[in-house]
Design a protein around this ligand. Structure first.
Ligand code: SF4
Length: 289
């Protein structure tokens, strides 16, 4: 199993085999992100990818039961590439549940029929990170897609029978857009109606364009309490049908979990308790990106 550069995956894929089918991110422009900044995007040679997948199946025996296809927006792969990967994974029944990161644009660039075919071949879960529902924030952070495009992407994924995991980023609207960021993100979660929803907390990473925006006075990170208030607004106002909610990413100050809408009141009460100083927050030194 060969990897090039740093590998990233969602916390919920900790037990999955990470298959690096692409190197980097085809977009690589989001101002807060440094994950693949040093990598020139390319599609990995298919034969190498399939060899890694077969090797993983042989070496891991029964220890893994899912595959996460990396890197940053692997859904960008063309249909022939995906067919080969998914068919190879399906030949090992343990590895037939496949997921990947997807930008809204990756989804919009495929038809529902194509997405349905990928679903039938095993690609069952897409992780989508709009980060915000506020179009002004989306433009400022160079996310590449709007509120409406994210909603349409979610509609297509669902029409194809896929599940989606939506990721929001607390603080990314800055002090200036904190209210709009929280309220529109709640609306976006309602309209995307994900099966999984998680919130991460913005870290200002050295050498990203976000640092330049901050240093020039165009953007400022809200304080911790304000970001918790954003989280409170999002949880309180979002109306997904039934989403597993998590803030278990290492970037967060307050790890929470539950089912929305069922556990909304309990989660909001926990956030209120944290805001009142009754629940300790994760210290900055213990946070990760
Ligand atoms: S799409 Fe994801 S991986 Fe690519 S630059 Fe944006 S945040 Fe980073």
């Amino acid at each position: 199993m060969r990897y090039e550069g740093q590998i990233y995956r969602p916390p919920s894929e900790a037990e999955s085999y990470i298959l690096q089918a692409t190197i980097g991110c085809s977009w690589n422009k989001c101002v807060y992100c440094d994950m693949y900044r040093e990598k020139q995007f390319r599609v990995r040679e298919l034969s190498e990818t399939l060899t890694d997948l077969r090797t993983a199946a042989r070496l891991t025996e029964r220890r893994i039961d899912k595959v996460f296809v990396a890197d940053g927006d692997a859904l960008v792969l063309d249909m022939d590439h995906w067919r080969s990967i998914l068919d190879c994974a399906r030949s090992e029944p343990r590895l037939s549940r496949v997921s990947c990161y997807a930008m809204a644009e990756n989804i919009l660039n495929k038809s529902v029929d194509e997405l349905r075919e990928l679903r039938e071949r095993g690609l069952s879960l897409l992780y989508i990170g709009p980060e915000s529902g506020d179009d002004k924030t989306l433009k400022r952070i160079a996310k590449g897609s709007t509120f409406a495009e994210h909603v349409e992407a979610a509609r297509k994924a669902h029409a194809a029978g896929m599940k989606i995991s939506v990721i929001a980023l607390l603080g990314i609207g800055g002090t200036e857009r904190t209210v709009e960021h929280a309220e529109r993100t709640a609306q976006l979660v309602t309209e995307m109606n994900p099966e999984y929803f998680s919130a991460l907390t913005t870290s200002v990473v050295p050498n990203t364009p976000l640092v330049k925006l901050r240093d020039k006075g165009f953007w400022q990170l809200p304080n911790v309490n304000r970001m918790l208030e954003e989280l409170r607004t999002i949880v309180d106002q979002a109306r997904p049908d039934n989403a597993l909610f998590r803030t278990n990413h290492a970037s967060n100050y307050l790890p929470l979990g539950g089912q929305l809408p069922r556990d909304r009141q309990r989660i909001v009460a926990a956030i209120d308790a944290a805001l009142a100083g009754k629940i300790p927050l994760r210290p900055d030194w213990a946070r990760g990106l």
